[in-house]
Design a protein around this ligand. Structure first.
Ligand code: NIG
Ligand code: FE
Length: 416
């Protein structure tokens, strides 16, 4: 399909060769072009430029023309941390929390991750796929064009593989670009409570070889946290993952600082995610490495826990990415525009920093930044066209409003 978008008020996030990942002060600039046109051919951006210098198109056959007067064009969001393959929902725990129970207390009485794992074990692969596909549709209409999806609500050989097979099927049947992460080490299942090492051995000896055989994952993750996995346990799992070519992206410092960041850096992780609790040594470790700190403000919003120190990380020169953490327990939302609003309102980021964090830097946290996260010739045709809005700062400002009119993914207009 060929598409021409004309009279665009502003194209935001124009690709520049130096902008493949943005750190520190570079996160404050957001290159744009006013009064512009853009063409798409098949699944790629063919060209773009200023309406003042527009010569028209040579061939109008099979060309869909979109008039974007007073509307903005942005690259689709790149959500680099989700758990969107899960079964059902956990709103009863949500009500328990309103009534005073903590996330930890709920987990201790059989809720939390283990509750989702129990439900998932009773759900067929087909049903799980249908639920996940509906969530993919939902996030695509909110502007997400590339997404990382973790397993982790299985916690048994069969269920973990079931989730990863669903993600593999999503890769072939959903228009979004997807990266799969194996998170077998999300929680210790109840039947392994007193034999933790046996569960880790199960991950290493039974899950990983099958994942390798069926080519089911791109990355490996561990929830390194008090009451979940220790730093030493994380390092065992990551080392085994590395042997089959899985790079780490890990959950660390959500509730406690255990040294997981330092270990993740040692294990050449791409990103360290959460970081709500940061000590001085943690800041130093992040900024003296290439790792991408990935922050999840809608999780803080939902659990009422502190927001990660996004501003301080940027001030110290880090390349901050922002993602949703879409999952049934701590963030039942895959809405990136809301993440942008929270980043501005609660973390104090500027709209430029927040938009960079969910586009180029989110793409980098999935190693998709060559083709995703910015608008340039030959990049993937993943495009958001907004409704008529005054500026890109209106997106975080008008929190909760749906300001997206059209989403194009891989060159195809998504139907509402
Ligand atoms: O990223 N932190 C670990 N895992 C998820 C939440 C898990 C759940 O409660 O289901 C997260 O927040
Ligand atoms: Fe998560």
């Amino acid at each position: 399909m060929r598409i021409l978008i004309k009279n665009i008020k502003e194209i935001v996030q124009i690709a520049e060769p130096s902008r493949t990942i943005l750190s520190g002060s570079a996160m404050s600039s957001l290159p744009s072009l006013n009064n512009a046109w853009l063409t798409i051919n098949d699944d790629l951006i063919e060209d773009f430029g200023s309406m003042d210098e527009w010569n028209g198109v040579d061939d109008w056959t099979n060309l869909e023309v979109i008039d974007a007067a007073d509307k903005l064009v942005l690259p689709c969001w790149c959500d680099s941390h989700t758990h969107l393959v899960f079964s059902g929902s956990r709103e009863t725990e949500f009500v328990d929390r309103i009534n005073g129970l903590s996330y930890e207390e709920i987990a201790n009485k059989g809720g939390g991750i283990l509750n989702s794992a129990k439900r998932l074990s009773r759900t067929s692969e087909e049903e799980l796929f249908e639920q996940a596909l509906a969530r993919m549709k939902e996030i695509s209409l909110q502007g997400t064009g590339a997404v990382e999806i973790k397993s982790g609500y299985g916690l048994s050989v069969d269920s973990e593989l079931k989730i990863l097979r669903v993600i593999k099927k999503l890769k072939s049947e959903s228009p979004l670009s997807i990266k799969a992460t194996f998170l077998g080490a999300h929680a210790i299942p109840t039947n392994y409570k007193d034999k933790r090492q046996d569960y880790i051995d199960l991950i290493i000896e039974e899950m990983l070889p099958q994942i390798k055989d069926e080519n089911l994952a791109d990355y490996i993750d561990v929830f390194c946290e008090t009451n979940y996995f220790t730093v030493e346990e994380m390092s065992q799992v990551l080392e085994a993952g590395a042997l089959i070519g899985l790079k780490p992206k890990v959950h660390v410092n959500q509730f406690t600082s255990l040294g997981g960041i330092q270990e993740a850096i040692k294990q050449k992780a791409i990103s360290v995610d959460h970081l709500e609790v940061m000590e001085e040594a943690d800041f130093k470790a992040v900024v003296s490495s290439d790792i991408i700190p990935t922050l999840l403000p809608s999780c803080s919003f939902f659990l009422k826990i502190p927001y990660a120190p996004a501003k301080e990380l940027i001030k110290r020169g880090a390349p901050v990415a922002l993602a949703t953490d879409y999952n049934p327990g701590s963030t039942p939302s895959g809405n990136i525009p809301f993440v942008i609003s929270l980043a501005c309102i609660k973390m104090g980021l500027t709209p430029e920093q927040a938009i960079n964090a969910v586009t180029i830097n989110g793409a980098a946290a999935m190693e998709l930044n060559e083709a995703h996260g910015s608008i340039g010739k030959g990049k993937k045709a993943n495009i958001i066209i907004t409704k008529k809005i005054p500026s890109y700062s209106y997106i975080p400002y008008s929190f909760g409003s749906n300001l997206i009119e059209t989403v194009i993914i891989s060159g195809n207009i998504q139907n509402t």
